[in-house]
Design a protein around this ligand. Structure first.
Ligand code: CA
Length: 237
């Protein structure tokens, strides 16, 4: 059994007050996050264009462009990265403005570090669930096998053509889109089976067993389709 891969979430901290910026970086790194820092508004926009972040901690009073305008600009670029605003001002108008322009949460300075870390964790966890899958085409090749998602067919490890059910094709697609990541049973049930039907875990297990028969050279030592006990399933190429 393969242990679930630990994923280091990456955060962008935009804060012009140097001591606070460094303190945030240090404490977030201690929590296991990958942290990038910037000290002005335009730098945030430039950085998020080039890199993926799980969350931005965005000070509102930033030089050259304020945090609310930065947030608005990021949203206009169809980037849904969670944004946690920090502000020295404590007015509800500010809070409403920040949230209206696309912010996800808001903390007023001075804040309690523990509270900030809790909110960060919550936003990052929520985002992970809806993280965009890797785009894959209509067909996918790995280890000498080919899957045709549109035609619901595959070429198995013995070069034999096999039919796939609609749900088998959907589950394969979901796992492959999240290659190297654990997909939880809840996600599988929601995406493949829909909200109103509740197959048992055994149903999913049977699908995985079938996939192993099709694609694994040694079904007892799977290289591609992994069950992570109590969590979910993972595909590796
Ligand atoms: Ca500031």
């Amino acid at each position: 059994m393969t242990a679930p891969k630990t994923y280091k979430a990456s955060l962008l901290v935009a804060e012009d007050e140097e001591s606070l910026r460094e303190a945030l970086k240090l404490n977030l790194e201690l929590e296991g996050y990958e942290v990038t820092t910037v000290d002005n508004g335009p730098a945030v926009i430039k950085t998020v264009k080039n890199e993926y972040f799980d969350l931005i901690i965005l000070d509102i009073m930033l030089p050259d462009m304020d945090g609310i305008t930065v947030c608005e600009t990021i949203r206009m670029q169809h980037n849904d990265v969670p944004i946690l605003f920090l502000s020295a001002r404590n007015s509800s108008a500010d809070r409403v403005e920040g949230l209206k322009k696309g912010g996800d949460d808001y903390l007023t300075k001075p804040f309690n570090l523990e509270e900030l870390l809790l909110r960060v964790d919550k936003l990052v966890t929520k985002n992970k669930r809806i993280k965009l899958p890797q785009a894959i085409g209509d067909t996918y090749e790995f280890d000498g096998c080919v899957i045709d998602f549109g035609a619901h067919e595959c070429i198995d490890k013995n070069k034999q053509a096999q039919e796939l059910s609609k749900k088998e094709a959907a589950l394969l697609k979901l796992l492959i889109e999240h290659e190297g990541e654990v997909v939880s049973r809840e996600q599988i049930l929601q995406i493949v089976w829909g909200y109103n039907v509740y197959p048992t875990t055994r149903t999913i297990d049977n699908f995985i067993l079938n996939f192993r028969k099709f694609f694994e050279k040694d079904t007892r030592n799977p290289k591609h389709f992994h069950s992570i006990r109590g969590i979910g399933y993972k595909f590796t190429k």
